[in-house]
Design a protein around this ligand. Structure first.
Ligand SMILES: Cc1ncc(C[n+]2csc(CCOP(=O)(O)OP(=O)(O)O)c2C)c(N)n1
Length: 311
């Protein structure tokens, strides 16, 4: 994902993936909750642009874009969301329980802030094994209100862990605008621990790639963690089905005009961009067909995955 075309392709994949899943949700085909990251694609794609397969990504409840940016297969992702056996968790976990260790995707997570200590442990593991891999932890600005955030930045700074904290600030915590609950500057919250911080335009994929990329290089060299705040915007409600009646339409419109995909697409020759879009439509179509053809994960799959056999 070092080229504009590569970055645009993955952002477009993520956008169309979620639009398709949103439609499926509307048709009653998604048996669990669905949190859309539409509008935030540049944070995930830029954030993963400088990573290798063996680097780790720790995601959130709103994590389809992180998974796809780290290299997840859209067909198995769709199967998971539709509750099908071909899904990454056999169709039993859904959106917030996707873990793909082979590609370094440690996991999405339904518990706000829970990824922070997981990422810290993961980075400690890399350090203890003398591996030069890096962990990148995505989390929302709401997670900075949890104690786990301070525990994680403290230990990461103290032990100089190979960890990059990416605060994906979409400016709304569930239903609460950030100005109601965030004091001060988020990107400076590591300062008292000696951790550098930076704020970037989270709708500019190249700016995110540069900022996170520099932090990854620093972490890989053994110089410790960085806090990156990527300011972006969530276009839809907190979850699919949330009417988001409390939102200011003008504000939403302003941010839609700052769509990260439009910006990146404009940097490509039109023919190339059209070809990418067509390729993604084919990929999405075949991924959906794959998911729909996979058997529904039935109740018979529950107990074998929870209890060891007595024999
Ligand atoms: C420990 C915990 N508390 C509360 C919730 C309910 N909850 C789900 S998402 C959310 C808001 C999270 O905001 P943020 O971290 O900014 O992420 P965003 O939803 O904006 O992407 C809350 C409070 C939860 N899942 N886990």
């Amino acid at each position: 994902m070092g080229t504009t075309a590569g970055r645009y392709r993955v952002m477009r994949l993520s956008r169309r993936f979620e639009e398709t899943m949103h439609d499926q949700f509307g048709d009653g085909q998604v048996p669990g909750p669905l949190h859309l990251s539409i509008g935030q694609e540049a944070v995930a794609v830029g954030g993963c642009a400088g990573l290798r397969t063996s680097d780790a990504v720790i995601s959130t409840h709103r994590g389809h874009h992180h998974c796809l940016a780290k290299g997840a297969r859209p067909d198995r992702m769709m199967a998971e969301l539709l509750g099908r056996t071909a899904g990454y968790s056999g169709g039993r976990g859904g959106s917030m329980h996707i873990s793909i260790p082979d590609i370094g995707l440690i996991g999405t997570n339904g518990i706000v802030g829970a990824g922070l200590p997981i990422a810290t442990g993961c980075a400690y593991g890399f350090q203890a094994q003398a591996r030069d891999d890096v962990a990148v932890c995505f989390f929302g600005e709401g997670a900075t209100g949890t104690g786990a955030f301070y525990e994680a930045i403290n230990i990461a700074a103290l032990w100089k862990l190979p960890l990059v904290f990416v605060c994906e600030n979409n400016q709304i915590v569930e239903l609460t605008p950030q100005e109601v609950h965030v004091a001060g500057e988020l990107w400076r919250r590591g300062e008292s621990h000696g951790m550098p911080g930076v704020r970037v335009d989270g709708n500019d994929v190249d700016a995110v790639a540069d900022a996170v990329g520099a932090a990854v290089v620093r972490a890989r060299a053994g110089d410790g963690p960085t806090l990156v705040e990527a300011v972006t915007y969530r276009w839809f409600g907190h979850y699919a089905g949330d009417r988001a009646a409390w939102r200011v339409e003008e504000e939403v419109q302003q941010w839609r005009e700052r769509d990260p995909l439009i910006r990146t697409r404009a940097a490509l020759p039109a023919e190339q961009a059209d070809a990418i879009d067509e390729g993604i439509e084919e990929l999405i179509g075949s991924a959906l067909a794959f998911a729909q053809q996979s058997p529904v994960a039935g109740p018979e799959a529950i107990f074998p995955n929870h209890y060891a056999s007595a024999s």
